[in-house]
Design a protein around this ligand. Sequence first.
Ligand code: COA
Length: 361
Amino acid sequence: MSSTLAETKAEPITAPGGCRPLRREDVTELATLFNRVFLECAEQPSAAFCAYFERVFFTDPWRSLDVSPSWVYETADGVIGGFFGAHPRRLLFEGRPITAVAVGQYMVDPCLRGRGIARQLAQKMVDGPQVITFTTSATEVSSKILRSLGFWHPRFEGMKWYRRFRRSRAAGLLGRWERSIRGSSSRTVEYGDVTCRPIGDADELHALREQHQTHFSLCSDFDLEHARWTWDLLEDAPAGRRLAGCVISSGDDGASAWVVYHVSPGGTVRIHEFACRPGRAREFLPAFDRYAAGCGAQEIIGHCADPEITAAVLENGADVKDVFSGWAVHSKDRAVQSAILNGQVFWSGLDGEAWLSFRGR
Ligand SMILES: CC(C)(COP(=O)(O)OP(=O)(O)OC[C@H]1O[C@@H](n2cnc3c(N)ncnc32)[C@H](O)[C@@H]1OP(=O)(O)O)[C@@H](O)C(=O)NCCC(=O)NCCS
């Protein structure tokens, strides 16, 4: 492996480098760069962290889709000084399969900033053959760069909802929570006609998605293999976070809504996917609230991507905050642009990349 910029930064960069696709042998150097950029730490990355990087970028079942690769910026001295990660996605537009790339892990070595490297990396990315390039984790700075290349923020961008519960019996309830998400015995709860129970595994999540009749123009086109791969990565969350899922149904309707989320040891529920049969959110949302609170949740955080669910959570007492939550989209296809601008999109957090957990390994 070549030396890192940390070791060579006293030396001037003698000649400009260039962008090239990510290679498997880059992983350790890339993980080191990640530590320097995001954790401001000069330590060598752990083997677990390098393995996670490799798994995310080189075992994705959709890695052979015809989309842009991940790009690294390599200096003339052969050192990796920048990166923009690509996560291939399959979507359906008006029932027709299209490709997309969820982009993230955007980083340039502090020694090399302000030279246009990030813009070059992003330009390479949007020049790819995919129909949509999007991120769910832009920052103020990176979104400025992306906007200069034609990205825009979808109209729900920034709006998050927060539902807080009173702090009561937290410790005891959290203990129950841990058991309910780990144990094989399912915690099924009935609230009147509405039943909530855990999602068993990726296969069940996939079956739920297949049953879900969406009326949106643009939606995900998940398959079982990808659902399993995603679920395994979600389960492998550091810092005590646990993956959980809940199926909500009523009467003989069958499954009518589901929620996939992580819960932190402190009881914060972060929703990655919330899907609901049209017209039923008002009925099912309060049941999920009670279910989560009964499992020890102190707070639920969701994203206002679905107008019907957003209306229901507001009615149900959630607060909405305009925080920069990082969605930015690029597409050269006018019909796709129009669908996104008009909110004709069923996109969950799992379509994006922010649920990946590079930190804390
Ligand atoms: C964001 C980041 C990748 C930008 O890298 P970079 O190579 O320095 O960016 P560029 O040189 O290509 O700059 C492109 C444009 O952004 C502007 N820009 C870059 N950094 C900026 C900053 N900190 N504040 C304001 N503008 C900034 C530049 O001025 C330039 O605009 P201009 O052409 O109008 O002058 C880099 O700062 C970084 O790694 N940040 C930490 C990680 C991060 O936050 N990543 C994004 C979220 S995943």
